[in-house]
Design a binder for this molecule. Structure first.
Ligand SMILES: Nc1nc(O)c(N)c(N[C@@H]2O[C@H](COP(=O)(O)O)[C@@H](O)[C@H]2O)n1
Length: 154
């Protein structure tokens, strides 16, 4: 089916329930995460102390600064697994926060695009040619939520 229109979201908009920085805590992998961004930043590393420090960061900006300071310790397979971790975070957040799942379902068939001038992997980049991976993850989770709802309606 053709997408109705596009919906642009910003990765820095804490008020948008769909954003990675939205303050909606959830439990995953044995710990409580303040935002999806905290979880994904921590998953880049294998050092439990560093992961815990990122998890305890006051906000996503502080967590990002901390992760950046340790970028040489990022696990070697990160590029091949990062999309999986973001998907787990967004899906788990939807299960923990029904209003978040609802906001995602209410996007209907819109193409969700993360607007980012600089990020050509998670976002669409300055010229719109980026991979838009975060938008793709949101649309994958939306599809999953729909299929789960369809099965439970039977
Ligand atoms: N642009 C953007 N959109 C998102 O949805 C994000 N979660 C992030 N996160 C930032 O991307 C950096 C890590 O990138 P890789 O995982 O190595 O691709 C880091 O700065 C995050 O804060 N960015």
């Amino acid at each position: 089916m053709r997408a109705e229109t596009s919906l642009y979201i910003s990765m820095t908009d804490e008020t948008n329930l769909l954003s990675a920085v939205s303050p909606q805590p959830f439990s995953l992998d044995g710990a409580e995460w303040p935002t999806a961004e905290h979880y994904v930043l921590a998953m880049q590393f294998e050092d439990p102390a560093l992961m815990a420090e990122i998890r305890s960061s006051l906000d996503p900006q502080q967590a990002r600064k901390l992760a950046k300071r340790h970028k040489r310790k990022i696990r070697s397979d990160w590029e091949s697994v990062r999309r999986v971790y973001v998907t787990r975070a967004v899906y788990t957040r939807c299960l923990s926060h029904p209003e978040s799942a609802q906001a995602l379902l209410e996007t209907g068939d819109k193409r969700i695009i993360e607007s980012s001038l600089y990020d050509y992997y998670w976002g669409c980049g300055r010229d719109g040619r980026g991979l838009n991976t975060y938008g793709e993850v949101l649309m994958d989770v939306r599809e999953k939520l729909r299929s789960v709802a369809a099965v439970s309606a039977v």
